[in-house]
Design a protein around this ligand. Structure first.
Ligand code: NAP
Ligand code: MG
Length: 517
């Protein structure tokens, strides 16, 4: 058809090379899903150089979904060569920005055509509840590509008045240029969406990339690679390498031909990456790291909304949510009512197979994570916090954890300081009217990713939102992220934004050109 012809023309090919994929297929969720499972390098799916592979697991029952290639350092080096070639010599670098945008729109359309398949794969590989995977994991990924596709032909510099070298005159103008080969390393909580947040901005800016998904959730990234070929993205522009952080991720941080590394994950690994990026070739980094986001609930809030949103601030995506409210501060006079309302709501949550349309709460992403969460709860109990609800593994196959609620959490406790990254609500009380006191406690953390406040008093809301030391503040809402709004942390939650225009700038460099005439 026309688009395919156009795409071939852009790629400088008369005949499209046929893409050969050794799919793993599975009949699940009333459909047949076709899953690529090999490394994607230079437009082709192939086994890892050394032939190694590993099993990716379905957390709903602990079963093996399929074998996935386990990339090695040699595979990274080949992928970087391909990405460099694609950037320097391929059609991608010479293409009109508007045509580049067309390709990203086409990619978004293909993701939409395959949204049920993508959401099903996400659900079996990560335990995401299917209805949420469709709306958020996949839905927001599509929106992200559309949003950044629109930026491609709007990347502009400035004209800047400078001192003239009389009798001559001068003009300075700036151009925004892509950085070159970029590496992207992402975690397992929103496998496709984390890929989309970073890749869409990176590609819109005109870069090429090598991406490492989390070992435990590689499948939607590889499906995405397949769709990128169908969208006509030239070979070498996108390379995807499933494999370990210690090997593939580390080599990406160290590689001398990579100019930028975009990372989402934990704070300790972020530090390690930044150090390696500095020592190797001073590559640019952006780091979206851990969080312990405070949510302050004042007694003058809309109680129904504060209960509903307080629940989703913690239990959304089984708590595997970077901006999850890590600590709730509830004003003393409404504390007990708030807790009993939350308990009532937790009891209504349906725990079950994430593919079941009525399920609210699925399994944790993988076994080691579940074990860590159970230990987190044990420590809470030992330190004297009150376990009001849950705290245990659910008695069924797979890696399910009860939605959990702790109260009487004091500032010195482990729970008050450390992120759980799971379905654990951690509640502390604050004295009626003590706005500055609760702000001080809310900010007493090395993290600064997100925060929230519930109050009907606009003055109080503005005061609190000005003083919360976090990259995002939600007022009378929570989890309200949008592709157009910059997302990222302060302090040890990292720096460099995803989403919005800010994210695009993360993948560009500014050149100043001065003319004398
Ligand atoms: P992690 O251990 O930091 O892993 C994240 C990614 O880094 C994985 O792909 C991992 O590979 C890789 N990695 C590990 N060691 C590496 C190294 N030496 N060099 C380069 N890459 C390396 O994080 P996690 O515990 O899996 O994920 C949960 C964390 O992510 C939480 O702390 C959470 O707060 C954070 N997070 C933050 C955001 C945000 O936007 N700020 C969003 C989501 C999650 P493997 O696959 O081998 O582990
Ligand atoms: Mg898995």
């Amino acid at each position: 058809d026309f688009i395919q012809m156009f795409v071939r023309k852009l790629r400088g090919e008369d005949q499209e090379e046929e893409l050969i994929i050794d799919y793993e297929t599975k009949d699940v969720n009333n459909m047949t899903v076709k899953m690529p499972h090999q490394c994607f390098i230079n437009g082709k799916f192939e086994d890892a150089e050394n032939g190694k592979s590993y099993n990716t697991i379905n957390p709903t029952d602990g079963s093996v979904i399929c074998k996935v290639s386990y990339a090695s350092v040699g595979d990274v080096d080949r992928a970087v060569v391909a990405a460099k070639e694609a950037f320097e010599k391929g059609p991608w670098g010479r293409m009109n920005p508007r045509d580049r945008g067309m390709m990203l729109y086409k990619l978004a359309d293909l993701m939409e055509e395959h949204q049920e398949e993508l959401a099903t794969i996400e659900s079996i590989d990560s335990g995401a509840v299917y209805t949420l995977a469709l709306k958020t994991h996949v839905g927001m990924s599509i929106q992200t590509f559309r949003y950044f596709a629109g930026w491609c032909d709007k990347i502009q510099g400035k004209t800047i008045p400078i001192n003239q070298a009389r009798p001559n005159r001068n003009l300075t103008f700036t151009k925004k240029e892509p950085l070159g080969v970029c590496a992207i390393v992402i975690p397992w909580n929103y496998p496709l969406m984390m890929l989309a947040w970073k890749s869409a901005a990176c590609l819109a800016a005109g870069n090429t990339l090598v991406l490492k998904p989390a070992q435990v959730t590689p499948l939607t990234a590889l499906k995405f690679a397949e769709l990128s070929v169908k969208a006509g993205i030239p070979k070498g522009v996108i390379n995807i390498l499933p494999g370990s952080g210690g090997m593939v991720g580390q080599r990406l941080s160290d590689h001398p031909d990579i100019r930028k590394l975009g990372f989402t994950g934990s704070t300790p690994i972020g530090k390690q990456i930044m150090k390696s990026c500095a020592l190797s070739n001073l590559k640019k980094v952006s780091l979206e790291l851990g969080g312990k986001s405070p949510l302050i609930i004042f007694s003058d809030c809309d109680m129904d909304k504060a209960v509903r949103m307080g629940m989703s601030s913690v239990y959304f995506n089984k708590g595997e949510n970077c901006i999850a409210a890590g600590r709730l501060f509830v004003e003393e006079s409404i504390h007990d009512e708030y807790i009993s309302r939350v308990v009532e709501e937790i009891k209504k949550m349906k725990i079950g197979d994430p593919l079941d349309r009525s399920t609210d709460h699925g399994p944790q992403n993988h076994k080691a994570h579940l074990d860590k969460l159970l230990e987190y709860c044990d420590i809470g109990v030992k330190e004297g916090a009150t376990l009001v609800y849950g705290g245990r593994q659910v008695d069924r196959p797979g890696f399910f954890m009860e939605p959990t609620l702790f109260t009487d959490v004091e500032d010195h406790m482990f729970m008050a300081k450390e992120e759980s990254f799971g379905p654990v609500m951690v509640v502390s009380k604050f004295k009626d009217g003590d706005v500055d006191g609760v702000l001080q406690r809310a900010n007493d953390t090395e993290y600064g990713l997100a925060s929230g406040v519930f109050t009907r008093d606009i003055n109080k809301a503005m005061y609190v939102s000005e003083r919360l030391d976090a990259g995002t503040v939600f007022v009378n809402t929570y989890n309200k992220t949008d592709v157009a709004s910059p997302f990222g942390g302060f302090k040890q939650s990292g720096f460099g934004k995803d989403l919005g225009e800010d994210a695009l700038l993360e993948y560009l460099k500014t050149k100043a050109i001065t003319v004398e005439y």
